[in-house]
Design a protein around this ligand. Structure first.
Ligand code: SF4
Length: 281
């Protein structure tokens, strides 16, 4: 990989994950992308956020990776679907950027979160970045839809302290309609993490009229409770902050008429999960 093909002068930190960033890698050749994916020497990152208190325990540096094979109807970052929209960042540069914050992260009980997009599309980079973080003594978390979990070897799972796993709905048909892919690989990854006793936080987006079926919530709660390694289940309220990205990217946004859940609706969903024995919040 020639460093001339990367632009390490780009500011890593975006103003917010809701900032639209596109075509940041258009100058990177296809062979360089292939090499990067095979080795993990370089990642494609939409942006970095420093000082996030909502993406894992404590205060986090978050690397938002580019590329996702799912098409969730409520995705608020569709500009992360294409890897070409991420900026090329060498593993050395990513580790250096993290190193600047390591003392603060440790003091505030935080660490590194790799989110996306779908990080495991860049599984080699994720493993290298997590291992680099662990070498700095930094806690690591990967937020994933779990679909490509089999790409991470058993010995590599050890470098991920926490997996934040997105469970979007229940049942294959509903899942395919909501995200475009089957749910089975996600559930298999969750079971594998449970078998290896790696902690999971489940993230569930509540969209009234779309993902709030009480029986589905119950099934998700039962599955989560049965794993034995789910420390919490976070109910995230649907919002419309990403709508403008769908429009600017010329994508057909189907949820314009859907509303954010009320505090009561969120509490009711949490109660269904809690009734199954899950620490829902
Ligand atoms: S898995 Fe995440 S990044 Fe991918 S489409 Fe769904 S919400 Fe968007």
């Amino acid at each position: 990989m020639s460093t001339a093909q990367t632009d390490q002068t780009l500011p890593l930190e975006g103003e917010s994950p809701y900032e639209l960033r596109v075509d940041q890698s258009r100058h990177v050749s296809e062979s360089a992308v292939t090499h990067a994916l095979a080795t993990g020497d370089m990642g494609f990152i939409h942006s970095f956020t420093t000082g996030s208190a909502v993406d894992g325990p404590g205060m986090r540096v978050v690397a938002w990776t580019a590329g996702c094979q799912w098409r969730c109807l409520y995705c608020h970052n569709p500009d992360t679907w294409s890897m070409i929209n991420g900026m090329p960042v060498t593993i050395e540069h990513a580790a250096e950027a993290l190193n600047k914050y390591r003392h603060g992260l440790k003091a505030m009980g935080g660490g590194l979160t790799i989110s996306g997009g779908e990080p495991l599309l860049q599984d080699r980079f994720v493993v290298k970045f997590c291992r680099a973080a662990k070498a700095l003594g930094v806690h690591t978390c990967v937020e994933t839809n779990g679909y490509l979990g089999e790409r991470i070897g058993d010995d590599e799972i050890a470098s991920i302290d926490l997996v934040m796993l997105g469970i979007k709905t229940w049942g294959d048909e509903k899942h395919r309609k909501l995200v475009g892919k089957d749910i089975t690989p996600t559930l298999q990854f969750a079971k594998r993490l449970a078998h290896r006793r790696r902690p999971i936080w489940i993230r569930f987006v509540l969209v009234p009229g779309l993902t709030d079926d009480a029986e589905d919530l119950k099934q998700i709660g039962q599955f989560a409770a049965g794993l034995g390694n789910v420390e919490r289940l976070e109910v995230l309220p649907f919002h419309q902050l990403g709508k403008y990205k769908w429009e600017r990217l010329g994508l057909g946004y189907k949820l314009a008429d859907f509303h954010a859940p009320s505090p009561d609706q969120i509490e009711r969903a949490c109660e269904v999960f809690r009734a199954e024995g899950v620490n829902a919040l």
